[in-house]
Structures are given as structure tokens and as C-alpha cells.
Design a protein around this ligand. Structure first.
Ligand SMILES: [Zn+2]
Length: 468
């Protein structure tokens, strides 16, 4: 899940900054579905393959499903309320990295220059952006989990590069004390409020107060235009390891979240200038960005979530070579096919284009095609297969999906504001987006057998080379 999705409901209740803070803390989809009519098999399939969306796991747990041993049914579902009886608990967060203890900036820096589209910034940390992992109530968290998260994030950093610092929070959200959870919210909010105004403390408090409840937050990560000076943020709850027995799947989720940092940091980075550029429109016209659904997205959601799924797989595969990446991608093909087939059976015609920003609309009873809500979250599965499909067209496209599309994004936005991602797509893949949608939608109508034949082998995914 990415933190880029902004919930409109916050807009009227809080000031702009606080809104964004609250929205950036949101770890659940604005639209959640009634899953009661779904089969156990479907719920399990989604619970295993889309763990960064908590509703399937919760539904599987509510039904007491074991899901082939991959979803742990004994996990407690209560929210955090265990503030008593832990005399020995150490409330001091333990940070793994240097200089993790305070935000680099409490006031955003002035731009070094600007043009008609971007304001440009240089940040203190640019020479060596750190991954900072802070563990709360460390005695509740297994050491191997912390070191595995550390290894995963650094492995991903070496493979994809990293332009911004990452502030990762790791904690046991089910059992940590309220005080600890509040401390984690405070530390998070303290990196988000960048102002020298007198009421900074009040704004931090407001951010803490409007933070999501703990207990069922899913893994999440993001970078936005307002708090970029302190880098990106990433959250991993240790319940992830308990909910999913298959560690390879957990590793992939952590890589998925790292990929969100990767894509959302590079959308600001100008490699030639070695500066970050924030589009003026994104900061000065927030209301318009929200009010106009065509501008609500900065790149398509099927790219954001789908390529984070694909990228997560491609990163996790060489990290753990016994990991069956092909099998997970094959499951995603089935999910995507399922959304398309169920839609078709109801007279609804799927297109990948429906998931640029308006997936929620098609998943509601306002579905413009037939008024029947589609099955959920095709941006993950079909978006991932959009990457599989592109790779099958040209060996070089793996490099483009993982790196080049993202490194070209900021420059492309500067030359065509509002269409940066479309232009980056078209120049990287050598075809119009229009043509791609037409071809991919047609591909998704082929037989499963012919679709699965384009999938690379596990070895090819492990051995795929990236140039930085
Ligand atoms: Zn995601």
C-alpha cells in the first residue's frame, strides 16, 4: 500500500497541513468492501497475495480460515490495549542506524531555484541517505525479524539505489503499550511538520491525535511533497510475520514497500542537477488536486501498486533464491483474470485504463459501465501483469520498469506538467499509452495457457540484471 492515496474525508475537518499528515498516516483503503459473499477460497487467495491490504487477512481470521497454513488463524485480533503488567518493558525506541534520533529538518529549507513548473531543493543528507530503522519495545520484537528487515531494505537499496533517507518504524502493534504507540506516532509526526510557526507543537499534537488507530495497520510506505525534507517513511508491524507463515511472502511485502519509496522519491529527483524538484502545482493547488479527479494521481495507480508488486517480487527473488516468484506471479494472473471474468459475466468490460485513478469508482455501485461493483484491487494483480507483459515484449524493459521509467519521471513532468508519467511511459516503452492499453486488454483475453507462457522462469527473474 502506498501513502499517496489521499482521503477526501479529511479535507473538511482539518487544516491543509494536518490533513495531509492525517492522510499520510492512513494505512487502509478508503473503500473497503463487504466480503461476506465471497468464498473462503477467494478470501484466502487474496489474503495470501495482497497482504498489504489488511481487509482480506482480517476476513480470513474472522472466518477462522487456515488458508493452507499461510494465514495464521491463532493471531489475536484485538487492538492494542495491553498497557498493564509490563514492568520490564523498555519504552525507549532502539534505532539501528546513526543519526536516527531526531528529524533532520523541523523547518523545510528554501528552494535553491525554481522554474515555471518546479521548485528545486538541495538537502543536507543527499550525499549519503540513510535507512534508519527504529524498533519500539524491542523486547517484543524478534531479533531475527529486525535483522531480516535491515537486510531486506539494504539489499533493495544496493539493487535499486536510494536517493532519500528512509525512516522505518518496526513494532508489535497488537501488544505494545499505548504509551509506546503514541510515542511512535509522535516521532512520525515530528518528521512531518516542517514549520517555524509558533504552533508547531500544536500541529504535531494534532497529527498525533488524528493518527489511525493501531492494531490493524498494514505495512505501508510513502514519500510526499510536503515532508520530503525528512525523506520517506515505512512501517512494518511484526504481526505481519505472524499472520503469514511463508517468510518469502513477507519478504516480498517489505520489498513492495521499499519499491514505493523508490518510485515516490524518484518522481522528485533530477539526476542531472542532483536536486529534488517539487511541482509547484502539487503544493500550491492541493484543493484542486483533490477536487479534480483527473489530477488526483501523480502516476497511474496500476503502475504504483502493480509495479510495486512486480518490483517487490523481482527484488525478493534474488534475496531469497528458494522463493517461488513465478508461482506468486501466476497467482496474480489468476486474480487479474478473475476480476475480468467476473466483470464480463455481469456485462462489464474491463480495461487496465480503469485503474489510473478511478479504480474505486469501478469497484462501487457507481461503476459507469453497469452499476455493479467489480471485484477488488485489480491495480495490484493486473498492474503487476502489465509489467510481466512489457518485459515479455523486450528484454530491456525489465530495466525500464524497475529503474528508467522512474528516473525519467521528474524531468518528464517538468517538460509536460500533469503528463509526466504518460510521457515517461511512452518514451521508455516506445509506444503510446493508448496502444499499450489496447494490446494489454487484448492480451488479457487470451487463454491462461498462452498468457502464462510469457512468464519468465524463477531463474530468469533471479538473474535479471539492473544497471544503476
Ligand atoms: Zn502498496
Amino acid at each position: 500500500m502506498s501513502r499517496q492515496n489521499i482521503s477526501k474525508k479529511y479535507k473538511t475537518f482539518c487544516s491543509r497541513i494536518a490533513c495531509l499528515l492525517a492522510a499520510s498516516l492512513m494505512a487502509t483503503h478508503a473503500l473497503s468492501q463487504d466480503l461476506s459473499g465471497w468464498s473462503d477460497k477467494t478470501v484466502c487467495r487474496l489474503a495470501i497475495s495482497q497482504q498489504d491490504d489488511p481487509q482480506y487477512l482480517q476476513e480470513a481470521k474472522n472466518r477462522g480460515l487456515n488458508c493452507g497454513g499461510e494465514v495464521n488463524q491463532t493471531q489475536a485480533t484485538s487492538t492494542s490495549n495491553s498497557s498493564s503488567s509490563q514492568a520490564a518493558i523498555n519504552h525507549t525506541p532502539v534505532s539501528l542506524g546513526p543519526s536516527c534520533n531526531a528529524p533532520e529538518y523541523t523547518v523545510g529549507p528554501e528552494p535553491v531555484s525554481s522554474d515555471s513548473v518546479h521548485r528545486y531543493y538541495k538537502f543536507k543528507w543527499q550525499d549519503d541517505p540513510k535507512i534508519c530503522i527504529t524498533v519500539y519495545e524491542k523486547n517484543r520484537v524478534d531479533d531475527w525479524q529486525v535483522s531480516k528487515i535491515d537486510e531486506l531494505l539494504n539489499f533493495a537499496k544496493n539493487r535499486l539505489g536510494l536517493k532519500i533517507p528512509v525512516n522505518a518504524i518496526v513494532l508489535d502493534q497488537k501488544n505494545s503499550s499505548r504509551k509506546t504507540l503514541r510515542q511512535a506516532d509522535f516521532d512520525f509526526c515530528n518528521t512531518k511538520v516542517l514549520t517555524d510557526s509558533e504552533d508547531r507543537d500544536e500541529q504535531v499534537e494534532n497529527c498525533v491525535r488524528t493518527s489511525d488507530e493501531w492494531g490493524n495497520r498494514s505495512a505501508s510506505a510513502g514519500v510526499n511533497q510536503f515532508d520530503l525534507p525528512n525523506g520517506g517513511d515505512l512501517f512494518i508491524g511484526t504481526d505481519l510475520f505472524e499472520m503469514i507463515d511463508n517468510n518469502a511472502v513477507v519478504f516480498r511485502i517489505i520489498m513492495h514497500e521499499f519499491f514505493h519509496i523508490h518510485q515516490n522519491s524518484l518522481k522528485f529527483y533530477f539526476e542531472d542537477k542532483e536536486q529534488f524538484g517539487v511541482p509547484i502545482f502539487w503544493t500550491d493547488n492541493v484543493e484542486e488536486l483533490w477536487d479534480n479527479p483527473k489530477k488526483e494521481y501523480i502516476f497511474a495507480n496500476w503502475i504504483e501498486e502493480g509495479w510495486a508488486n512486480f518490483g517487490g517480487t523481482a527484488l525478493a527473488a534474488p534475496f531469497n533464491t528458494s522463493y517461488g516468484s513465478g508461482e506468486l506471479l501466476a497467482e496474480e494472473l489468476d486474480e487479474c483474470r478473475n476480476v475480468i471474468n467476473v466483470a464480463a459475466s455481469k456485462g462489464d468490460k474491463f480495461s487496465l485504463r480503469d485503474y489510473e485513478y478511478q479504480g474505486g469508482l469501478y469497484e462501487s455501485s457507481e461503476n459507469p459501465n453497469n452499476g455493479i461493483a467489480r471485484e477488488y484491487a485489480a491495480q495490484y494483480s493486473c498492474g503487476s501483469w502489465a509489467a510481466v507483459y512489457l518485459w515479455s515484449l523486450d528484454e530491456r524493459n525489465f530495466q525500464k520498469i524497475m529503474v528508467d521509467f522512474w528516473t525519467g519521471l521528474a524531468e518528464s513532468e517538468n517538460s509536460s506538467p500533469g503528463f509526466g508519467w504518460v510521457n515517461s511511459f511512452e518514451s521508455n516503452f516506445g509506444m503510446s499509452l493508448e496502444t499499450f492499453y489496447k494490446d494489454f486488454d487484448a492480451f488479457m483475453k487470451q487463454s491462461r495457457r498462452s498468457q502464462i507462457s510469457i512468464l519468465k522462469s524463477d531463474e530468469e527473474i533471479i538473474d535479471a540484471v539492473l544497471k544503476l
